[in-house]
Design a protein around this ligand. Structure first.
Ligand code: NAI
Length: 296
């Protein structure tokens, strides 16, 4: 069968920046969502941020009070992985680490039903490599959303070498129904967008390291003169400086250490210091407690 039969039960693994956004998107489109994280504290945070995000949609009259309540009630928060047993589609959005993702996928395959599609929201890791953790790699693909997931139209769908092509078509049709603009990308480091973005962030960081301009000056120039909605440092703060660094490290390594993708020392030190951007309140800029990393 080429199409998903909706409403779906969607599982989201990882209740961080992306997991929250993907859960909101799926629930807004009528799916029941199981949002899982290994940290109880992260689930609590996710629930608060998701409720805030839905409240903002209501205040902007984008949804009614009834819709707000209905969407919220479609999301179940859990730290019990067995809750994925009924899912039609599971989207993994945990830390950008190959081993962690492979271990998780291996465990998931024992829990989900035979017909369940497994996917990863990885920004850069080989889908073929992640799929090799599974007994049935044909049921697995990359579904790469952009931040904030409920808002950004682009989604990259990435087949691994052993992915069933029917599954790609099924995901493409589903994402179109969710009002997204899916693009099928080849399984290469960083796929399309994150490969283009590496030298962009890399040069911005090097300009600061060389003392040529400040973060603020670069962001202002890109916004005011370049027409970008956000400058590179504002964007890194939104994405998460740790996530951004991990993506660069993967692309650098997977392109056999091509110096074009060399990670920045400044960025590395910031991650070591725990200055990760909006999610920790401080990154290249400081943020008041009411600014979250999930935008409506
Ligand atoms: P995050 O750091 O905000 O959240 C990751 C969450 O996963 C945390 O809540 C953590 O507790 C949880 N986690 C870690 N290991 C786990 C495990 N083994 N089992 C269950 N939960 C676990 O990260 P973020 O930014 O949401 O990124 C998640 C994925 O999405 C990464 O692969 C990243 O590359 C990708 N991505 C991130 C984007 C961004 O703008 N932040 C954009 C598009 C993709």
């Amino acid at each position: 069968m080429k199409e998903f039969k909706e409403p779906l039960i969607v599982g989201v693994v990882g209740a961080g920046t992306m997991g929250q956004g993907i859960a909101q998107l799926a629930a807004q489109n009528g799916s029941s969502v199981v949002l899982y994280d290994q940290l109880e504290s992260q689930l609590t945070k996710a629930r608060v941020q998701l409720e805030k995000s839905l409240e903002r949609l209501k205040e902007k009259n984008k949804i009614s009070f009834e819709q707000r309540m209905e969407i919220g009630s479609r999301i179940a928060y859990t730290n019990v992985i067995a809750a994925f047993s009924e899912c039609d589609l599971v989207i993994e959005a945990i830390v950008e680490d190959r081993e962690a993702k492979m271990n998780l996928l291996k465990g998931l395959e024992n829990i989900v039903s035979e017909k369940c599609i497994l996917s990863s929201n990885t920004s850069s890791i080989s889908i073929t490599a992640l799929g090799s953790a599974l007994l049935h790699p044909e049921r697995f693909c990359g579904i790469h959303f952009f931040n904030p997931a409920p808002v950004m139209p682009l989604v990259e769908i990435i087949p691994g070498l052993r992915t069933d092509p029917n599954l790609i078509e099924k995901c493409r049709l589903l994402l179109q129904r969710w009002n997204k603009n899916p693009v099928v990308a080849k399984d290469a480091p960083g796929f399309i967008v994150n490969r283009i973005a590496r030298p962009y962030y890399g040069e911005a960081l090097r300009i600061v390291e060389e003392g040529i301009a400040t973060e603020n000056q670069i962001d202002s120039v890109m916004r005011c003169a370049g027409g970008f909605k956000m400058g590179p440092f504002e964007l890194m703060d939104l994405i998460g400086i740790d996530v951004n660094l991990m993506v660069t490290q993967t692309v650098y390594k997977d392109f056999f250490y091509d110096p074009k993708y060399k990670p920045s020392l400044l960025q590395t030190r910031m991650v070591e210091a725990g200055l990760l951007g909006r999610k920790t309140g401080v990154g290249f800029y400081s943020y008041p407690a009411n600014i979250t990393n999930v935008a409506v």
